[in-house]
Write a protein that binds this ligand. Structure first.
Ligand SMILES: *Cc1c(COP(=O)(O)O)cnc(C)c1O
Length: 405
């Protein structure tokens, strides 16, 4: 008789997005005339840009020829893409070589899989709130202890609250974890750390033998000069940090699927290279990202590709500014939206995240995401995203501005 992995049964079920969908569907059915605007969306909406489409078309044509056909891609990615990525790091003055880049089908898979490199008794820390994949992947691996429904926390995870009280700068935990996940700029708060603040984390990690998993999925949205795009801009990070990157949010590849991990050769534990382990893991469990997709990724790094994706990002960031400034003007306590496409606001009158969700849907027919869905410290907060259309964003902010709370 087979036995299931009982760790799955421990998951309280992150029904966040299905709960939202259910509530919105019920509201729409009861109020068929309501013009609902969705600002809860965590997915890009603008089409792929011409340079990327051209590269994909060309690659498709190549695949139909004898000389241009490509079968299995190299496990770690084609050199043309790894070289282009390494070139971008070099342009930033960052020391990352092409053979430290592992091309994948996206940062979600990488962020969920990276925990395979660590022992069962590894103690992990996460900022709270944060992208739920880090925690759930470790729960599935049996690493987080038990779920405390009252505290809404796992017994064996170290939580690093990021709230308005600490200016969204996590404090060093008194209990030292083995691995800490940092997502910067952060989903869902839209806040980030300056280079000096991140340097403190790198120094702390090196002093304490902690490994940092640094998710930089939103680096393209950074607008302020003192915010690092890569953790390797900090001294000593090559010895203690793995960086995850994605083409989803900068180039709109959420449906195309492409990402990469940077794993420096300097990360060695007990004489074992984590770079070699990750290469071994890729070779066994992953057969390479598609050729057509990697050609699309290469096009992102061309001069014209860069111009086009900067326009894409600018489109969303214009929305972010409209939401941020509009809400601030309407008297809301607002955060984020400057270096990330997420606006994080405090629900007025100490309303719970879900009460504010219902209120916003009912009063002005706007859908957002309750902050409590991203971790216990997200309670009383609410996330709006800049991924809607410009027109809908304007209309939504106008409605919220007229709202009486
Ligand atoms: C969207 C997102 C990703 C990207 O995932 P892909 O699998 O590359 O689409 C990774 N991390 C965070 C925090 C995200 O919000």
């Amino acid at each position: 008789m087979y036995k299931i992995n009982s760790n799955f049964q421990k998951l309280p079920g992150s029904y966040l997005f299905s709960d939202i969908a259910r509530k919105v569907a019920a509201f729409a059915e009861a109020n068929p005339q309501a013009d609902i605007i969705r600002l809860g969306i965590g997915d890009v909406t603008r089409p792929l840009t011409p340079t990327i489409i051209k590269a994909m078309h060309d690659a498709v044509d190549e695949m139909g020829t004898e000389e241009g056909f490509h079968g299995y891609a190299p496990d770690l990615g084609y050199d043309f893409l790894r070289d282009a990525i390494a070139g971008e790091y070099k342009d930033r003055g960052v020391d990352v070589s092409a053979d430290e880049i592992f091309v994948s089908d996206g940062a979600k898979s990488d962020s969920a899989a990276i925990q395979e490199l660590f022992s069962q008794d590894t103690r992990i820390a996460v900022t709270d709130p944060v992208y739920p994949v880090y925690v759930d992947s470790n729960v599935m691996a049996g690493r987080c202890g038990n779920w405390d429904a009252k505290k809404e926390q796992w017994s064996d995870i170290i939580y690093l609250p990021v709230t308005a009280e600490n200016d969204f700068v996590p404090e060093f935990p008194s209990q030292i974890p083995d691995v800490v996940y940092l997502c910067l700029p952060n989903n869902p708060t839209g806040t980030t750390l300056t280079k000096d603040q991140l340097q403190d984390w790198v120094d702390w990690a090196n002093r304490n033998g902690v490994l940092i998993i640094f998710d930089a999925a939103y680096e393209a949205y950074i607008s302020q000069p003192d915010v690092p795009h890569s953790i390797y801009e900090c001294r000593g990070a090559r010895a203690c940090a793995i960086e995850l990157r994605s083409f989803s949010k900068n180039a709109g590849f959420t449906g195309v699927r492409l990402g990469f991990t940077v794993l420096p050769r300097d990360i060695v534990q007990g004489g074992i290279s984590l770079h070699d382990m990750w290469a071994r893991r890729h070779g066994t469990k992953f057969n390479g990202a598609p050729y057509i997709t990697q050609r699309a990724g290469q096009a992102v790094y061309s001069d014209q590709g860069q111009r086009e994706i900067r326009e894409l990002v600018a489109y969303y960031m214009k929305n972010a500014k409209i939401i941020h400034d509009g809400l601030a003007e309407a008297g809301f306590e607002v955060y984020g939206g400057v270096n990330a496409p997420y606006i994080w606001l405090k629900a007025p009158g100490n309303m719970s995240s879900w009460d504010f969700f219902d209120y916003l849907l009912r009063e002005v027919n706007i859908v957002g995401t309750p902050g409590s869905g991203f971790g216990p410290s997200g309670e009383h907060y609410f996330r709006l995203t800049a991924f809607g259309s410009y027109e809908n964003t304007l209309r939504a902010v106008e409605r919220i501005g007229k709202m009486k709370v």
